[in-house]
Ligand binder design. Structure first.
Ligand code: DCP
Ligand code: MG
Length: 419
């Protein structure tokens, strides 16, 4: 604790108490809720493991399955090599049943419902909550707790989530968002790490460079070539050297390594529009394929609008043709609707009217002119610049990454993203 700080003192002026909450092996934890026999077993949630299927990826693995080297985003074929499926091991004498695991398909709607239960608890326990993905949120609890009692608050929060919902959360508490996020990851699963204001530098210093926000594998190896191996090395590095090698970005990651992060926890606003798009490998000219994608994307967007209790009055498509021409078309309805079949129908009509012969690099569906149950009318701003993601319209990572809502999209060739 900071020497000048009295035990139980509230945060100082301008200083925040931020918690980052992240569920442990979230999809696997959800599967265990409805199938308790999976408790303690190696469990992989993903797509593509059924006989005859070859393409798919791991969404998550239980900590027991991680011991075998299975991890998120790994090709399902690789996961099956590391950890064969129990069902197969029982029939194949060459495989050891004891060294096999359970596989379950992704069920986004179910995970969303569990996520909602957790969110309710988070909102009950903090004044400001910013959800950043299906299993992750930042909470600002400055006005509720002091540094002396925040650990008790966090323990109670974890216990409430465990007893009410039945899944484990890891919690990190710190004076900034980025430090809280790193802290929640330090003691997983079922972790709790509190980093008080005076401890931020000593907490960051020994961490490997990859743990610093904004440092990917390429930057990490460039930094290592400069003998910068830990967050502490980066924090203490000569700013001129970093500026020479990396420009402004170098100074930015240096700030992160020092735990400097000015961002406030802000709740999400209501989105102005909801959209999904997918890149098409090989710039295919194949209208049936394009139409299938549009149907899948239209359904995903409509489901998302339903979950957010949003009605839409405008339905549109985006078709990107070579070299990189963005064509958008939209149709406005007489009034707001919540009608997935209509989203698909309008999207296909807009496509059929102009694009059946087009070579397409990317294709997407968007609903806009949104209204919510409280009758608050959102602005229709048209199509966003795809290079600038709308921060209020970021879908839970799990959903964006998962093949759960669109099992027909081969992984690696197409992906769902926001636009
Ligand atoms: N997810 C996914 N594809 C990925 C990464 C994650 O579909 N490449 C999904 C499955 C995860 C969920 O998002 O359960 C949450 O992501 P996390 O990164 O928080 O991973 P977990 O909660 O599974 O594990 P951890 O205990 O490390 O948080
Ligand atoms: Mg998680």
């Amino acid at each position: 604790m900071d020497a000048q700080r009295l035990p139980g003192a509230p945060a100082r002026d301008g200083e925040r108490i931020v918690a980052h909450v992240d569920m442990d092996c979230f999809y696997a934890a959800c599967e265990r809720l409805r199938e308790p026999a999976l408790d303690g077993e190696p469990l992989v949630v993903g797509m593509g493991f059924e006989p005859g299927e070859t393409i798919g990826a791991v969404a998550t693995a239980s900590y027991e399955a991680r011991e075998y080297g299975v991890e998120s985003a790994m090709a399902i074929s690789e996961a099956l090599e590391k950890l064969p499926r129990k069902l197969d091991a029982v029939e194949d004498p060459a495989l050891d049943v004891e060294e096999a695991g359970f596989y379950r398909p992704v069920d986004m709607a179910y995970y969303q419902s569990i996520s909602e239960e957790v969110r309710t608890i988070l909102h009950d326990n903090a004044d400001v909550v910013r959800e950043v993905s299906i299993d992750e949120a930042y909470l600002d609890v400055t006005d509720r707790v002091t540094w002396a009692d925040v650990a008790d608050w966090a323990r109670e929060l974890k216990a409430t989530i465990a007893s009410t919902v039945g899944v484990d959360a890891s919690v990190g508490v710190a004076p900034t968002m980025s430090a809280a996020k790193v802290a929640s990851d330090r003691d997983k699963p079922d972790g709790l790490v509190v980093v008080e204001p005076g401890e931020v530098r000593s907490f960051f210093d020994p961490l490997p460079i990859e743990d610093v926000h904004g440092v990917g594998p390429v930057t990490a190896s460039e930094l290592e070539a400069l003998d910068i191996e830990t967050a502490g090395d980066l924090a203490a590095a000569d700013p001129d050297v970093l500026d020479d090698h990396f420009g402004d970005r170098g100074l930015e990651i240096r700030r992160y390594a020092r735990g400097d992060d000015e961002r406030d926890v802000t709740p999400r606003g209501k989105p102005k529009s909801l959209s999904r798009e997918t890149a098409i490998g090989g710039q295919k000219e194949d209208s049936e394929y394009h139409r299938e994608l549009l149907s899948t994307l239209g359904e995903a967007v409509a489901n998302r609008a339903s979950r957010k209790e949003a009605f839409y009055q405008t339905i549109g498509i985006k078709v990107v043709t070579p070299p990189f021409d963005i064509n958008t078309r939209a149709h406005s309805l007489p009034g707001p609707v919540d009608d997935p079949a209509l989203v698909q129908e309008v999207a296909l009509d807009l496509y059929d009217a102009e694009f059946t012969d087009a070579t397409v690099r990317k294709i997407g569906v968007r609903v806009s002119n949104l209204s919510f149950d409280d009758a608050e009318q959102a602005n229709l701003t048209g199509w966003d610049d795809p290079s600038v993601p709308d921060v209020d319209d970021v879908e839970p990572i799990g959903e964006a990454r998962s093949t759960g809502e669109s099992p027909d999209l081969p992984l690696g060739q197409s992906r769902l993203t926001d636009f």
